[in-house]
Design a protein around this ligand. Structure first.
Ligand SMILES: [Fe+2]
Length: 223
């Protein structure tokens, strides 16, 4: 859940509508609408509470760009907010810290692969801050280490994990994610070698980026 405000305020994916409502009133925020990245229950749970108090559920926000991000679900969207020299990306369950969303609830790994490639192409070269829908950092880093054991950055990140630190307080930079997230490291030789040792049947295939991505998703589903 995120609150985005300039003169008007929008809430993205409210979990607890009452918390949002009370906070907005206490801060004198002009709560103009609720927007959702996708329709999974844990992203729309607070919608009704806010709707009942006159806050409309809307499809877009006037100061953010809506992005089509199919993959976790086929109707998944994200929102881009441009600051002076930064880009803020509200990515829902598309990208997490050191991972990506699963495709078990109506998604499609091949679509998710394409979406992640598009995000990299459009945002990896600029300062981009990610706002994922959940914090699965510890488990995701453990998976990163499993599939790319030689990755020193992952080892350091796991060592430095602070269980008391909320990820909302320091949302991840896409540039940092490139070092930690195996789904963004499809060209890593070590990662590819490791996948071949975990799934020997891959040896028969030409390992395209898409196959590496989909294999990672498959192994992560069982991890
Ligand atoms: Fe979801």
């Amino acid at each position: 859940m995120s609150l985005v405000a300039n003169s008007d305020t929008f809430v993205i994916d409210p979990w607890d509508g009452e918390v949002v409502w009370d906070f907005s009133r206490a801060q004198n925020l002009n709560l103009k609408g609720v927007i959702n990245t996708h329709s999974h229950h844990d992203h729309i749970r607070g919608n009704d509470f806010l709707k009942d108090r006159g806050v409309p559920i809307v499809k877009s926000c006037p100061f953010m760009t809506t992005l089509q991000l199919p993959g976790h679900t086929m109707d998944h969207v994200g929102f881009e907010l441009k600051d002076d020299n930064k880009t803020h990306l509200f990515v829902g369950d598309t990208l997490f810290q050191a991972g990506v969303g699963n495709c078990k609830g109506g998604g499609e790994p091949a679509e998710l692969f394409q979406t992640v490639q598009t995000l990299l192409k459009n945002y990896a070269h600029q300062e981009t801050i990610l706002y994922p829908g959940h914090d699965y950092l510890k488990k995701n880093l453990e998976f990163s280490q499993y599939v790319e054991p030689s990755n020193q950055e992952v080892r350091e990140a796991l060592k430095g994990l602070d269980p008391h630190k909320s990820f909302e307080a320091s949302p991840p930079l896409l540039s940092e994610e490139l070092k930690l997230n195996p789904f963004l490291r499809l060209h890593s030789t070590d990662l590819r070698q490791r996948l071949l040792s975990i799934r020997s049947e891959l040896a028969k295939l030409t390992l395209s980026d898409e196959i590496v991505f989909k294999t990672l998703r498959l192994i992560r589903d069982e991890f």
